[in-house]
Design a protein around this ligand. Structure first.
Ligand code: PMP
Length: 388
């Protein structure tokens, strides 16, 4: 028996399904137990049984410099020595807010929270308060965290597990501008991942984001970009920088927290100032702006220069050339998905060869600066062997 098998058996009696986030169980991939991580290093993840995996999941996106990035670790350790939480204002929060406002084109003010779920949930509350409207538009297969309004027909684990959850909102197909036009009347907002990342990676069709901006302006709905995945990933300023379409509100997570629990939402100052204590829309958090998380976020965001994105783009193109022959390969910057007929079989084939791909076709593979040409070529070779 492996340590992972033993741990999983124990976990099943203590934690529902043995995991703290559903897709980790890897049930849809037909695995007997989750990967129990022991440590990570750059592009590699090691489990409790000593298996070493080339990691294309990277904790689902935050680790743009790879696992245990030394500068991030140093920043967190130094912050921890000064205190792990204060529950009062800190200098690092102001500095991280300034970095976000500088980086993300439409964001004039920002609030820090602890998860993408919280950020998305509050952005919806704010959009409803600002417009005085309740309905909203979102997209089939999108994912905005697990707050009640967003769950029906959601992507990510909801779709992977085939769960029929309740939810709110008028749900239309991604890239279907006509559908949005039919649904938008009286809506508080259109909530969208500007590059879909939770139905596998699906880029916006040409003109789609511009069309959303126009429809929102015509109807008085706010445009909300959920850039939890795309923020600091498809460009420093996220998809709004890459596609030059500015939303009213932006939801951020993952990279902005440098691998610690931190997320954010921001936007036009007049909207953001509706939040308490400046305004009457309530939102709060014991650990919001946590000093370890802001230290990690600052350490990462300050190093994200255009050189980093040039490097990631070059690596992405190498992946394009290698993987395109094997299926529909969709990539925007440092996020990608290879769509194949039997994804679980490909996943298991790669895992047996020490390559850890996202355990669902509805997720993305993430490039980091720690993934070199050798890692990319080894992955292409192993995918090729699967189809040989
Ligand atoms: N929005 C998007 C686009 C996401 O991909 C995710 C999580 N993968 C979330 C929101 C929720 O973030 P969290 O898991 O931090 O709650």
């Amino acid at each position: 028996m492996t340590t992972a098998t033993e741990l999983y058996a124990r976990a099943l009696g203590l934690i529902p399904g043995g995991v703290n986030s559903p897709v980790r169980a890897m049930k849809a991939m037909g695995l007997g137990a989750p990967i129990f991580a022991a440590r990570g290093d750059g592009a590699y993840l090691e489990d409790v049984d000593g298996h070493r995996y080339l990691d294309w999941v990277l904790s689902w996106g935050p680790l743009i410099f790879g696992h245990a990035d030394p500068e991030t670790v140093e920043a967190v350790v130094a912050a921890a020595r000064r205190g792990t939480t204060f529950g009062t204002a800190t200098e690092a929060e102001v500095e991280l807010a300034a970095e976000i406002v500088d980086a993300v084109p439409s964001v004039e003010m920002v609030r820090l929270v602890s998860s993408g779920t919280e950020a998305a949930m509050t952005a919806l509350r704010l959009a409803r308060a600002a417009t005085g409207r309740e309905p909203f538009v979102r997209f089939r297969g999108g994912y905005h965290g697990h707050a009640d309004p967003f769950l029906s027909e959601a992507g990510s684990g909801v779709r992977t597990l085939g769960i029929e959850a309740g939810g709110e909102g008028r749900v239309v197909d991604f890239n279907d501008l006509d559908g949005v036009e039919r649904a938008i009347d009286g809506a508080a907002c259109v909530f969208v991942e500007p590059v879909a990342g939770n139905m596998g990676v699906v880029p916006p069709a040409p003109g789609f984001l511009e069309g959303l901006r126009r429809l929102c302006d015509e109807s008085g709905a706010l445009l909300v970009f959920d850039e939890v995945i795309t923020g600091f990933r498809v460009a420093r300023g996220g998809a709004q920088e890459r596609y030059r379409v500015l939303p009213d509100l932006t939801v951020l997570g993952k990279i902005v927290g440098g691998g610690l629990p931190l997320a954010a939402f921001g936007g036009r100052a007049d909207l953001m100032e509706r939040l308490a204590p400046a305004g009457d829309v309530y939102q709060a958090g014991t650990l919001s702006g946590n000093p370890l998380a802001t230290a990690a976020g600052l350490s990462v965001v300050r190093r994200l220069t255009s050189d980093v994105y040039d490097e990631l783009e070059r690596k992405g193109e190498r992946l394009d050339r290698g993987l395109t022959p094997f299926g529909r390969f969709e990539r925007v910057g440092a996020m990608a998905t290879l769509f194949v007929d039997d994804y679980p079989a490909l996943f298991r084939h790669l895992l047996e060869r020490g390559i850890y791909l996202a355990p669902s076709q509805n997720e993305a593979m993430f490039l980091s600066t720690a993934h070199g040409d050798e890692e990319i070529d080894r992955t292409i070779q192993a995918v090729g062997d699967f189809f040989a």
